[in-house]
Design a protein around this ligand. Sequence first.
Ligand code: CMC
Length: 392
Amino acid sequence: TGYVTLDIGYKNTGATKSAITFLDGEQGILKYRGYSIEELAEKSSFIEVAYLLIYGELPTADQLKGFQYELSRHTLVHEDMKKIFDGFPQRSHPMGQLSSLVCALSAFYPDSLKQNQTAEELNLSIVKTLAKMSTVVSWIYKKSLGHPYIYPKNKYDYISNFLHMTFGQRTEEVEIDPVIVSAMNKLLILHADHEQNCSTSTVRIVGSSESNIYASVSAGISALWGPLHGGANQAVIEMLEKIQEDGGDTDKWIAKAKDKNDPFRLMGFGHRVYKNFDPRAKIIKKACDEILEKLGINDEVLEIAKKLEEVALKDPYFVERKLYPNVDFYSGIIYRALGFPTDMFTVLFALGRLPGWIAQWKEMKENKEPIGRPRQIYVGSTNRDFVEIEKR
Ligand code: CMC
């Protein structure tokens, strides 16, 4: 009872106060803890940004070293986890595997289930989640190839270790290309947090019932999977490939996207909050050109993407609705150039978003927020008499 405000899709409802990420959709501004995304993407590393998001300050050199050391001590996953990996069909979608495997971590690390964890215990759960996720993600990839899992190496930093476990081989040491390390750092930084988006709100709301960190993050992964959210990065490449196969006629596909009788949407376009441009898309577009050039890759799909963008940005349909390329429009082209298969793209988004989910989960706990419980306006039948089954 009482007055309920209806805001389907929470288009204009603030669910929390947060000191983590600032976003101005009209002006296209994104900042983590007050630092501009442009500067962080240029000057920082992913793990430094993770520290910033989770603990609120940029680390000193010693703090960063200590954080990296702690992470490297927790990258192994329990050997029995392999049985779960083995149980999945080889070609099952990596996001379904990731969500299940992250939730399964709660079975192997039950210290996370303890209620009222001390600050140290809570921090250990955070470190374990970050550290083990990179191993889980790389092993999902190895599983898809039918290759043996590669164990983490403590000598590597977070990204190099991830690349080692993903592209490394048991038979020989594979050199880690600094161009790829730098590209991965940039991409993951750009994905690291985005205030109260669908998956982050999910993590906060699940965590608000005092569920453990793995269960909360696993729910966020499930929310991210959908093509309207993180799944868009896979959908963009599939769309671009389809357009390429179809002869590259971008006008035809723009017309389809505008046709209200056609369910097709221009994937990687539009955003709930950005109504001017997505600052992440600008950085990614530039990075995409640079990385492809450095790696000596000529991808026709990139040309199609650029043409689509050019046509769409001039079209009144997109202009009136303030639809611009979002972070997912160009990210997949980079992941592809780095050698990742299409169905791994959203998993990489999850790896990038993880520090944000964790920071938001921690903030929700520190703020002692009450359980999340939206209301509704009931529109169903009022009073009905029960009818016996034989009489229905
Ligand atoms: N192609 C064609 N039309 C579109 C598109 C699109 N990509 N996006 C929005 N529209 C139209 C939509 O049909 C509607 O038109 P009308 O007013 O005539 O009914 C209008 O623009 C407003 O769209 P909406 O669906 O009401 O906006 P929303 O805020 O609910 O949805 C969105 C935002 C991102 C889900 C949507 O723009 C979309 O589906 N985009 C494609 C999927 C995508 O790229 N998602 C990734 C988002 S960024 C990464 C992340 O953080 O998740």
